[in-house]
Design a protein around this ligand. Structure first.
Ligand code: ATP
Ligand code: MG
Length: 394
């Protein structure tokens, strides 16, 4: 549609890289010679001015949203993070030259021609991450690129070009220009990668996570790599990284990075549970009770993360932690009662049966839960009420 009006349009950046890798791109970015206002005019109500400052318009179509950005170069960078001004340019090549990494600086024209002035395709084939242009200059312009470098290298398991890596380490102190939110975002993505260990570079981490003593890093890297990958597992990887700081230290570090409360709590709980002694090998009966007690405190996902983390800490116990996890999964699937909310009676039932309201109610419910999870009582209303009456009288 853009080209019908005499403008040029290219798929650009991450989607081109992903297509060449044979991966399904998550989002589709388009670079165009058309100005934002011209894009707005072409697409009318489908177009939203989402980033006019950077020349970006989002166009919603039946098969998803496209971000269309006018060819541009970035002006001078005086704050080590943002260009002072952006200027529109005439060619896709100029637009590609402002991009950070060669594998992110390719475009595909509407006729399917690859535009790749920095040999990003070659670097993809060689499995190497490299800056576009001189790495020192690119990292001085915008220090966030240092973290993006490790993030993309980790995501694909690529090596890092020597000159690029040297510049990244040398300029890591510039990361103090980058906001905590952006650092957190990059670290989350890095920690979601398959094997992020070797990409947690001590010289870089010293500036983004100074709380962590460098001598702890080797073990932390091993723990992290032993855990499953993916965005759902990032809290466990944070816990594996921050374990040496204890629960309080881990909370402080994550708070400083402006992590969400869900992230802070998710990781801190795991750090706390790992600080206590990892459970001993369990026989079948203890196993079931242990799984029920864990599910009484945490949701299944947390229990799964915890058993994975225990395994990372004590690989020789893997079989028993696997069994514990399997038990927790089975109990959840069966809907077995593991917490007060799953009891066949609640506080209202107890009061209806004559119990006095107040904190004593909770103690009764806790006692009932203990009877049920140990199997001494079935989770049935009449039996539970009878026990509660005896319990309250005693
Ligand atoms: P992802 O799949 O993680 O979204 P992506 O390559 O699309 O990867 P984005 O952060 O969405 O990454 O950025 C889109 C493109 O914009 C990149 O491919 C890159 O060309 C360019 N880019 C993004 N951030 C920077 C930056 N800080 N400096 C230079 N170029 C950048
Ligand atoms: Mg993207």
């Amino acid at each position: 549609d853009i080209e019908k009006r005499g403008f040029r349009a290219y798929l650009v950046g991450g989607c081109v890289r992903d297509l060449l890798l044979g991966r399904m791109p998550e989002d589709w970015d388009i670079a165009s010679s058309a100005r934002p206002e011209q894009i707005m005019e072409i697409f009318g109500a489908q177009a939203l001015p989402t980033g006019l400052k950077h020349g970006t318009v989002t166009v919603k179509t039946w098969d998803g949203a496209y971000e269309i950005t006018t060819f541009r170069t970035d002006g001078a960078y005086s704050d080590g993070r943002h260009p002072d001004a952006v200027a529109y340019t005439k060619t896709i090549e100029e637009d590609l030259s402002r991009r950070d990494l060669t594998i992110n600086a390719m475009a595909i024209s509407s006729s399917g021609r690859l535009v790749d002035p920095f040999d990003g395709a070659g670097d993809l084939a060689r499995r190497v991450i490299r800056c576009v242009g001189k790495a020192e200059r690119r990292f001085s312009e915008d220090a966030l690129r240092i973290l993006r470098l490790y993030r993309f290298a980790a995501r694909f398991g690529f090596a890092i070009d020597e000159a690029t890596e040297a510049a990244a380490k040398q300029l890591a102190s510039h990361l103090d220009c980058v906001s905590a939110e952006r650092i957190e975002e990059e670290l989350n993505k890095l920690l979601a990668a398959p094997q992020p260990g070797v990409y947690l570079e001590p010289e870089v981490l010293a500036f983004v996570l100074p709380e962590l003593p460098p001598e702890e890093l080797t073990k932390a890297r091993r723990r992290i790599d032993a855990l499953p990958a993916g965005t759902e597992q990032v809290s466990a990887r944070w816990a594996a990284l921050l374990l040496p700081l204890g629960e309080t230290g881990a909370r402080k570090a994550l708070k400083r990075l402006k992590c969400s409360n869900a992230r802070i709590d998710g990781a801190a709980v795991l750090v706390r549970e790992c600080g206590e002694k990892t459970p001993d090998t369990l026989d079948k009966c203890d196993l079931c009770l242990q799984a029920k007690r864990l599910l009484g405190k945490y949701d299944l996902h947390t229990v799964q993360q915890l058993t994975a983390l225990w395994t990372a800490l004590a690989p020789e116990e893997k079989a028993s932690f696997d069994a514990l996890r399997a038990e927790a999964e089975a109990l959840t699937a069966q809907g077995t009662c593991c917490r007060i909310s799953q009891l066949a009676v609640n506080g209202r039932d107890l009061m209806a049966a004559g119990a006095a309201p107040g904190p004593g109610l909770r103690r009764v419910l806790e006692a009932l839960l203990e009877e049920v999870i140990t199997g001494r009582l079935p989770n049935e209303k009449t039996e539970l009420l009878a026990f509660a009456a005896r319990f309250s009288a005693s």
